[in-house]
Design a protein. Sequence first.
Length: 181
Amino acid sequence: MIAEFKAETASVAAQVSDATRNFREIDRLDAVLPLPASVTASVTSLALHARDFRAKLGYEIAFHECRVETETVDALTVVDSVDRDLAGENAPSARMTLLSFLERYPQPPSDNQKQLWRYCSSALSLCERLKNEAAAHLQRAQSLASAGKTGEALREYQEIYRIYPNPVTAEKIRQLQGQPR
């Protein structure tokens, strides 16, 4: 049972690695695509198998015997979620997922997972940088909207969305587009 779980984890990790070009670091949002559906299905199946595996074997034994694989499964699940969020224009959701994951697992469990962790860290770094870049535009947009300068505020919100896409900003853009300028 343990050998099967380890083999499945390695197989799915290889699929995700291939889909992310060997866990190439992320430096631009437009470079991120969701994992192919077949890879997402493999990650989901592995996560379910991991949960069942831990329940059957016992959490302490499973963690002791398969710590590397357990953390790898969590990381692969995060990559799938984050790639979907970034491609789906929800950078804040991706950022929060990454923050939570990297707080729980700040270091890879073995040298074999360094690229996977570097991938996650690069995605978080990009999200943090873009969030900070968008913050200056947000202050300007709010100030312009308060001053009744709807057209200028709209342009600032559109710039925020370009830099750090998220549903809250998209909704604000829709609201401003409905107002007279």
